[in-house]
Write a protein that binds this ligand. Structure first.
Ligand code: SF4
Length: 309
């Protein structure tokens, strides 16, 4: 690790670039979930409680059924708790306690907050079963008034992006510094989306066009270790390994067109797959930026040929 704060890598100008790049990446395309189309805190709380134990894609159906049955916080609070628990079991939503907590929270909103959800994370935390993470998520997605959300995915992103210490206080500081002020709604959605679809344990930096490749420390070094990615064997197929393979292959040939290089780097290289021409091109361009290879484009045919420098 280079330093504990990541300060050396991220001046305020860079922070702004990171913010703009991520927000436009998120806004141009993201997975669509029904709870992302609302700013009503009640359905947002329902989706958060459901997704604590279940993959997001599997929450969509129970979420819709739940809101069909209890469309408002009042309707939930005035029903029987047993009906909610039954619903929870019937939809295999995990621990029934969550159903009880949700029911109690609905009653608190009615009795203690006059039917209006509290808007800030501290007050939201006073609701039954709502911990710091959920409180922050509801405050952000419903009221745009949350702090930076930190979960395992977000930690992995920050760790790789800034090359920082694996310490809760460092994550908290960096996450908050990175978040554009008063934009917790879009920002937390975007960070979580990045962690879920791009910066996975086995990262998909190029395949999904991570907007931070230019500034990411892990990407630059080809080392994608993370607190929840323990073993070097997880790097089988990593960018670092692929870079090494390109260099080794080019050592055997004077030069190769990209089409001929691809299948020598990966057996699953294909024009319509994850490891396609675009992936190879970006890999080779990086090596060219690092001064290790040269790319010559034939003017007549437009073919790119690669050689060791
Ligand atoms: S470039 Fe890769 S490792 Fe870095 S933040 Fe993006 S997805 Fe994660």
């Amino acid at each position: 690790m280079s330093d504990s704060s990541g300060e050396a890598h991220t001046h305020s100008q860079n922070i702004e670039q990171l913010q703009t790049a991520l927000v436009s990446w998120y806004e141009s395309d993201h997975r669509s979930f029904p709870w992302r189309d609302t700013d009503d805190p009640y359905p947002i709380l329902v989706s958060e409680v459901m997704s604590q134990q279940t993959q997001l894609s599997r929450v969509v159906e129970p979420y819709r059924d739940f809101l069909d049955r209890w469309p408002t916080v009042e309707s939930l609070a005035t029903d029987e708790q047993s009906a909610v628990v039954q619903f929870w079991s019937a939809h295999s939503l995990g621990y029934n306690n969550r159903a009880r907590y949700l029911y109690t929270a609905a009653n608190q909103v009615i009795d203690e907050f006059n039917g209006e959800f509290p808007r800030n994370p501290d007050e939201l935390e006073s609701l039954m079963g709502v911990g710091p993470y959920t409180a922050n998520a509801v405050a952000s997605f419903a009221f745009n008034s949350g702090n930076a959300v930190i979960d395992t995915n977000v930690k992995r992103v920050l760790y790789r992006l800034f090359d920082i210490e694996d310490e809760d206080s460092v994550y908290a500081e960096q996450a908050q510094r990175l978040m554009p002020s008063n934009q917790s709604r879009v920002w937390n959605n975007a960070m979580m989306e990045l962690g879920a679809v791009a910066c996975q344990k086995q990262p998909r930096c190029d395949t999904v066009g991570c907007p931070w490749r230019g500034q990411c420390q892990a990407y630059r070094k080809g080392d994608f270790s993370a607190p929840d990615v323990q073993s070097q064997t997880a790097f089988e197929g990593s960018r670092r390994q692929m870079r090494g393979r390109v260099i080794a292959t080019l050592g055997k040939y004077e030069e190769l067109p990209l089409e001929k290089l691809g299948p020598r780097i990966r057996v699953d290289y294909a024009n319509d797959g994850q490891y396609d021409r675009e992936w190879l091109r970006s890999l080779v361009m990086d090596l060219a930026d690092d001064g290790l290879v040269v790319i010559k484009t034939e003017t007549k045919t437009g073919t790119d040929r690669v050689a060791l420098r």
